[in-house]
Design a protein around this ligand. Structure first.
Ligand SMILES: *Cc1c(COP(=O)(O)O)cnc(C)c1O
Length: 382
């Protein structure tokens, strides 16, 4: 079955408990389920453990990522937090140096407190094999990275981790399963902030872990039911609805992103544009090999901090807000927003300066978005 069809119908299996013919998956807004008698269950006991609406969403996401199982969490961070419960004191995790700021905050403050050590590396250029210690249990990356758009060769990294029995974890939020499937490239766990492209409407938080290994799935199922961070029924339904239009949204957002990149490249006041679809850029060839598209995320550096702040204040159609991946085009200031908790030294080393802006292209008309950016940039006077 083709991807777009899977977005609408999942793996084709319908929830057998509903015989009304409802075309939209019903929202099972219930905390608990009654048992016919002692020792018998309908298969549903309590919504922290199982809920039909969440299960439907999980089966669709598993299908889109080519996974055996997907688990839906209350947010992307809840998913990553649950994932970290796989590790024990004394374990080591290698993480890429450019990651979503919330992930860095989690690793530096919570994961480390639990006795797990973190080794930071630039996985797009450093020799990762040389950094692996006897206690290394996982390598954690995003590609392209948030916000600097570095591209990491997933298959090449899997060649290092697989033979050593180390988990390769890929946060696939930026490209979404529409453009990239890390499991098929050798990753062991795919992470998503479902809040972003999967949900797509800036109206609900969600997170996912997708795996293709039964043992890993069982361990994570035990964790989600124990820590209780599963996604609520109504939010599961919102994300299910969002996913139905994922392919059309991704195509339109990418088309807008390409037009915006061309505009930004022509702006004298824009110093550098980071987008993995720029021919000749560092990640272009790898992206072409491992993904089906370049996505809708753009990072760009303007000539001064004052100009960056002026743009944030002056955009009218585009909104200045944290987050990405929705139908609305958003502009983010990573320096004080999404990446504020990344240690300053690392932020600067990664290139996240006070002149850097991140744009998530929505599905408005490119012409209006470009006109908005143009007036915001041009109206600044030194
Ligand atoms: C937003 C984001 C997260 C965190 O997800 P939430 O749903 O906000 O908790 C994780 N990774 C990436 C790449 C993100 O953009």
């Amino acid at each position: 079955m083709q991807f777009s069809t899977k977005c609408i119908h999942g793996n084709g299996k319908r929830f057998s408990g509903d015989n009304t013919g409802a075309v939209s998956m019903p929202i099972y807004q219930t905390a608990t389920f009654a048992h016919p008698e002692a020792g018998k269950s309908t298969g549903y006991d309590y919504s922290r453990l199982q809920n039909p609406t969440r299960e439907q969403l999980e089966s669709v996401v598993a299908c889109l990522e080519g996974g055996l199982d997907a688990l839906a969490f209350s947010s992307g961070m809840a998913a990553i937090t649950a994932l970290m419960e796989l590790f024990s004191p004394g374990d080591n995790i290698i993480t890429d140096c450019d990651l979503y700021g919330g992930s860095v905050r989690l690793f530096d403050n919570i994961t480390v407190k639990n006795g797990v050590t973190i080794t930071r590396a630039d996985c797009s250029s450093q020799d990762i094999a040389a950094l692996i210690a006897p206690n290394t249990k996982a390598v954690y990356i995003e590609t392209p990275t948030n916000p600097m758009m570095n591209v990491i060769d997933i298959a090449a990294l899997a060649k290092i981790t697989k033979p050593r029995g180390i988990l390769l974890i890929v946060d696939n939020t930026f490209l979404s399963p529409y453009f990239q499937n890390p499991l098929s490239l050798g990753a062991d766990v795919v992470v998503h902030s479902g809040t972003k492209f999967l949900g797509g409407h800036n109206d609900a938080l969600a997170g996912f872990l997708v795996v293709n290994n039964a043992e890993l799935s069982e361990k994570l199922r035990f964790i989600i039911k124990t820590v209780g961070s599963g996604l609520a029924p109504f939010d599961s339904w919102l994300i299910l609805r969002g996913i139905k239009t994922l392919p059309v949204r991704m195509e339109k957002s990418q088309k807008n992103a390409i037009a915006i990149v061309q505009f930004l490249q022509s702006c004298e006041r824009v110093v550098k544009v980071y987008y993995c679809g720029i021919e000749g850029s560092r990640g272009y060839e790898i992206t072409k090999r491992q993904a089906r598209g370049f996505g809708a995320m753009i990072t760009f550096e303007v000539e001064s901090k004052a100009l960056a702040l002026h743009i944030l204040k002056s955009v009218k159609v585009i909104r200045f807000a944290e987050s990405l991946g929705g139908v609305e085009t958003l502009l983010t200031y990573p320096f004080t927003q999404t990446h504020a908790d990344v240690p300053e030294e690392l932020r600067i080393k990664n290139g996240i300066t006070d002149r850097v802006l991140r744009l998530s292209a929505g599905i408005e008309e490119a012409e209006d978005l470009i006109a908005d950016l143009k007036q915001a940039i041009d109206s600044y006077n030194y």
